[in-house]
Design a protein around this ligand. Structure first.
Ligand SMILES: Nc1ncnc2c1ncn2[C@@H]1O[C@H](COP(=O)(O)OP(=O)(O)OP(=O)(O)O)[C@@H](O)[C@H]1O
Length: 375
């Protein structure tokens, strides 16, 4: 069990590639922290620096308040689980799990007790005599986890451990790893490019881009209150819709003008936009599919929160239906009730829940008006 502190970390590879820029982060004891971001954003480099597998260009790393910059990987009391499970093919499951303990000359009885305990937790008891080639992908990944667990490390580091598994198994293993975290009560740092994994597993999420932290928060807050357009677009499925709009004032009320149509902005948020100098300026509106609607009664109740478009495509997902509607040359996705059936190509009205809309600065992408935004 341990907390981890990363202070002003930089990693500059030869040829001046800055993979991680001034990264500071405190990871609490027993936390499940997920580093998420697109390929190349520096998450693996960060994890490898914590493990001691990658030299730090500058900055400090503390594990349990001990500076570990110059501490060798095997002395850091951490275990790392990689994307490719890297099991020894000629060894049985038992020997794969026991390998590290044997190296450390732990007594045989103790090794047996520890391996059996880990096998029980990971439901590997019946597979201990098998070789890796006789295992499914999910079972191999469980053995890899077992090998890490048996050492009882202070911190688990995981780098895309599920990306070699098929979709169904990935979902199952996601739940298993989350349960494991609960049972082991140990600090987990988990790297993924998959926002669903981040949202479903992390107690806190760090969203990264180009070596820089964009936002650190719990999953719900990241989803509800993204600090910028990048985070808003990266987290959530389907992706947040974005539309260009001009902020105008008419008869004392503030509107977002999209092409030739107007959306009424709430008083508090209109005032905030005005205070911040956005009157007469273009912004980017952001709204999620579940905050758009196509229902007649709601549309009638909020006539100033509607844009018209053309239905391009309907996607049935069983429990919900998504309509892809072209509004002002932009395709937006709207979550509608399954019973709402409209033919492709028809004109449709899309209602906007204006208390859920985001306003992003067009240049910087920063989320600008949050006053009166309801989660
Ligand atoms: N050994 C290296 N030498 C030079 N540049 C490197 C090296 N390793 C990584 N990089 C660069 O550093 C940046 C960050 O890489 P890193 O692997 O940390 O990203 P990532 O977010 O984990 O991406 P992915 O999901 O694709 O693994 C990238 O631009 C990458 O090309």
């Amino acid at each position: 069990m341990a907390n981890l502190i990363l202070k002003n970390l930089y990693k500059i590879y030869p040829d001046n590639v800055t993979a991680v820029k001034d990264l500071s982060l405190e990871i609490k004891d027993k936390e499940f922290l997920v580093l998420v971001g697109p390929s190349g954003c520096g998450k693996t480099t960060t994890l490898r620096m914590i493990a001691g597998l990658e030299e730090i260009s500058s900055g400090e790393i503390y594990i349990e308040d001990r500076l570990v910059n110059d501490v060798a990987p095997k002395e850091r009391d951490i275990a790392m689980v990689f994307q490719n499970y890297a099991l020894y093919p000629h060894l049985t499951v038992y020997d794969n799990i026991a390998f590290g303990l044997k190296l450390r000359k732990i007594p045989k009885d103790e090794i047996k007790k520890n391996v059996q305990e880990v096998a029980r937790i990971l439901a590997l008891e019946d597979l201990l005599d098998r070789k890796p080639k006789e295992l499914s992908g999910g079972q191999k990944q469980r053995v890899a986890l077992g090998r890490a667990m048996v050492r009882k490390p202070k911190v688990f580091l995981m780098d895309e451990p599920l990306s070699n598994l098929d979709a169904q198994l990935r979902t199952q293993m996601r739940i298993e790893i989350a349960k494991l975290h609960k049972n082991l009560e140990t600090t987990f740092v988990y790297v993924t490019h998959d926002q669903t994994e981040a949202m479903t597993m992390g107690t806190r999420i760090v969203v990264m881009k180009d070596g820089l932290i964009q936002q650190i928060d719990n999953p719900q807050r990241i989803y509800d209150r993204p600090v910028n357009r990048f985070v808003a677009g990266f987290i959530g499925s389907p992706k947040m819709n974005f539309l260009e709009a001009l902020i105008i004032e008419q008869n004392g009320r503030i509107f977002a003008k999209v092409a030739d149509s107007l959306l009424l902005v709430s008083i508090a948020r209109g005032q905030e936009l005005k205070d911040k100098g956005y009157l007469g300026k273009e912004v980017i509106l952001g709204i999620r599919a579940e905050h758009l609607y196509g229902k007649g009664d709601l549309l009638a109740r909020h006539p100033e929160c509607i844009l018209s478009g053309r239905l391009e495509f309907t996607e049935l997902r069983g429990s919900e239906t998504y309509q892809y509607v072209k509004i002002a040359e932009i395709e937006v996705v709207v979550r509608v009730d399954s019973e709402l059936q409209v033919e492709t190509g028809q004109k449709v009205k899309v209602g906007f829940n204006m208390s859920k809309i985001h306003f992003f600065d067009k240049e910087s992408g920063v989320n600008i008006a949050e006053r009166g935004h309801t989660c």
